[in-house]
Design a protein around this ligand. Structure first.
Ligand code: C5P
Length: 232
């Protein structure tokens, strides 16, 4: 599995995003475009960043009836993104339909990964609001298994769970892990954090890093530090 660092482009508009990317004159980092930027600028922002030579993880977390997700995924596949995602809670039928929609006539498709339980969901909320009474880690692992059985490439999870996910779903099942901080950096609002080096040790395949790079005094230096700690 090709390990890589994905920079979360959590910017509110095109101008700020492009000003950030302009600082990278030598390398073309893999980047994540989320709901904020996509909804602000529309699909053209994806085409433009792709045209600059970046790989793209389009993080829109789809969740709807299978037919709607299938058709939406066909549109995203046409944007030529490299990775995209959905909620495993939409069921295996939805995940299988999503894969069909993503698959291009030549058989290729972007990597499809699932969100299990959001890290913002606590055990208490899951029980009171979703009426799910199993332990949270068991629910996450069950969703991971459903994603694997549906043919998905992997899941988004905490780096701390990456080892267990690989044990349960196989070493080729991809783990994409946010919640990464430098040992000497600020934690911000993330609760359980891991350094790039520790994420590598536990077995993450991709780390998603936002503020430690985007808010750094020198983002290029911070990116290179992440790559050298994580990829080596
Ligand atoms: O700035 P920071 O490194 O915390 O950014 C992490 C990125 O990963 C953000 O885009 C955030 O929305 C995303 N993410 C996360 N935790 C999850 C899922 C996604 O932090 N469980």
């Amino acid at each position: 599995m090709g390990k890589d660092v994905i920079i979360a482009l959590d910017f509110e508009n095109r101008a700020k995003t492009m000003a950030f990317l302009d600082q990278f004159t030598e390398e073309k980092p893999f980047v994540k475009i989320g709901m904020e930027l996509f909804y602000a600028e529309g699909p053209q922002i994806v085409r433009d960043i792709k045209a600059r030579g970046h790989k793209i993880f389009l993080d829109l977390k789809l969740h709807d009836i299978p037919n709607t997700v299938k058709k939406a995924m066909a549109v995203l596949s046409g944007l030529d993104v490299d990775m995209t995602n959905l909620h495993a809670a939409g069921t295996k039928a939805m995940m299988e339909a999503a894969l069909e929609g993503l698959t291009r006539p030549d058989g290729t498709r972007p990597m499809l990964i699932a969100v299990t339980q959001l890290t913002s969901t606590s055990q208490e909320r899951m029980e009171s609001d979703l009426l799910i009474h199993e332990p949270l880690d068991k629910v996450v692992m069950h969703y991971a298994k459903c994603a694997a059985e549906s043919g998905l490439a992997g899941i988004v999870c905490s780096p701390l769970e990456a080892g267990k996910v690989h044990e349960t779903c196989g070493k080729d099942f991809v783990t994409v892990t946010p919640g990464v901080r430098f040992a000497d950096g600020e934690v911000g609002d993330q609760v359980r954090v891991t350094t790039p080096a520790k994420a590598k040790e536990i077995g993450s395949d991709y780390i998603v890093v936002g503020r430690p790079i985007t808010q750094a005094a020198d983002p290029v230096v911070a990116y290179r530090r992440c790559v050298s700690e994580f990829v080596g």
